[in-house]
Design a protein around this ligand. Structure first.
Ligand code: ZN
Length: 369
């Protein structure tokens, strides 16, 4: 055999070996690993731990819900909502007209009139005319809404560009420490109307959308672009300025002031400003992934925390929150909150639950029972 022929034969044998069918072991070695292919957005774990799973049908104590909105379409919806409130233990609910695009305040009051014991109305600031005379008029409107039953102002909302929730006119570039609205804030003190305000968003939403972002799976769709508006710390500063400069007005920072990631900082603000409160609305997942720190915080500031929901009218929406506040369940998922992390409940003491559910709200709304 010539040398060229033998080289050709060797090459052919080598190629045949490469294309030979793989054994099962060889195939497993080369298949892509789930570690490389399972996406964070598809992560949907099933808990295998043999742990208590507690169903809380009704709150242990009566609740005043300090953060909800005009979700209904009709009087029948309101009747159905009242039934749900009875089932889960909610005495009455704040209908924050301000942040819900819909019917004018007067119509809200009219629609809910047959159920007025079950709802408390909150109204907007009117920014239609920002001149001194215009603000004076807005103060008169506020007093008129108060006469009609408004117990507070809110939910105001500033995510950087000014009060975006106000109706009929948005408060573009009007932050809560704007000197022009000081007469309105003073009027709230005079009328004993607390101001409920949503400041910023959870901190993960401001961080780079990369593998270091702990809240990535939610933050990626809830990301905040601060290119042309105030950032997180600047917004918190506007809030602190307003609280400091208006000591006779009660401010409720919605959603733990979006400061669940830094409870010592939030506690320091509460220590400093007795006219500041927070509500816990719509921040279950942002708090129940750090259950020990949050529990300690809720106990320490038990006189300054208000219950709120902010998430519709379904019974399970309420019951998920009750489970987190009342039980000792641990390591469970509530997928609709959007995060990839497991939650654990707070097992709050009864006296804290009573204050958080009812007494603190009753005190600042001047309602006792
Ligand atoms: Zn809200």
């Amino acid at each position: 055999m010539k040398k060229t022929h033998s080289l050709f034969l060797l090459a052919a044998l080598f190629l045949a070996a490469c294309n030979a069918p793989k054994t099962a072991d060889e195939a497993a070695e080369t298949a892509p690993s789930p570690a490389d292919t399972v996406l964070l957005k598809d992560f949907s774990p099933v808990v295998v731990d043999n742990l208590p799973v507690t169903y809380v049908e009704r709150a242990k104590f009566d609740i005043i819900d300090m953060h909800s909105h005009d979700y209904v379409e009709s009087a029948e919806d309101i009747a159905k909502w009242c039934k749900t409130m009875d089932q889960v233990g909610v005495l009455n609910t704040a209908v924050m007209h301000c942040s819900w695009i819909g019917r004018p305040f007067e119509e809200v009051v009219e629609l809910y009139a047959p159920y007025k014991d079950r709802f408390r109305f909150w109204c907007c600031f009117d920014y239609s005319d920002m001149s001194e005379a215009g603000i004076q008029k807005a103060c008169e409107t506020l007093a008129r809404y108060h006469e009609m039953g408004a117990v507070g102002v809110g939910e105001l909302g500033d995510k950087g560009e000014g009060d975006l929730y106000a109706r009929p006119v948005e408060g573009k570039d009007i932050h809560i420490d704007d000197p022009r609205i000081k007469p309105l804030i003073a009027k709230c003190a005079e009328l004993k109307m607390p101001i409920s305000i949503h400041i910023a968003e959870p901190y993960w939403m401001y961080l780079p959308m990369d593998a270091t972002n702990d809240g990535l799976v939610n933050a990626v769709t809830w990301h905040v672009d601060t290119t042309n508006c105030l950032g997180y710390n600047q917004l918190v500063q506007t809030f602190e300025n307003a609280v400091r400069e208006n000591p006779n007005t009660i401010f409720i920072a919605c959603h733990y002031l979006n400061m669940n990631h830094d409870l010592p900082r939030l506690g320091a603000l509460l220590d400093k400003y007795p006219n500041m409160y927070i509500d816990i609305a719509a921040r279950v997942a942002e708090s129940a992934h750090t259950p020990r720190a949050t529990r300690e915080f809720l106990i320490k500031y038990q006189d300054r925390i208000l219950f709120g929901t902010d998430n519709g009218m379904e019974p399970d929406m309420y019951r998920n929150i009750l489970r987190v506040l009342e039980t000792n369940d641990e390591h469970f998922y509530i997928p609709e909150y959007g995060y990839h992390w497991a939650l654990s409940a707070f097992n709050l003491p009864d006296e804290v639950l009573k204050k958080l559910y009812h007494d603190n709200a009753a005190r600042i709304l001047n309602e006792y029972r």
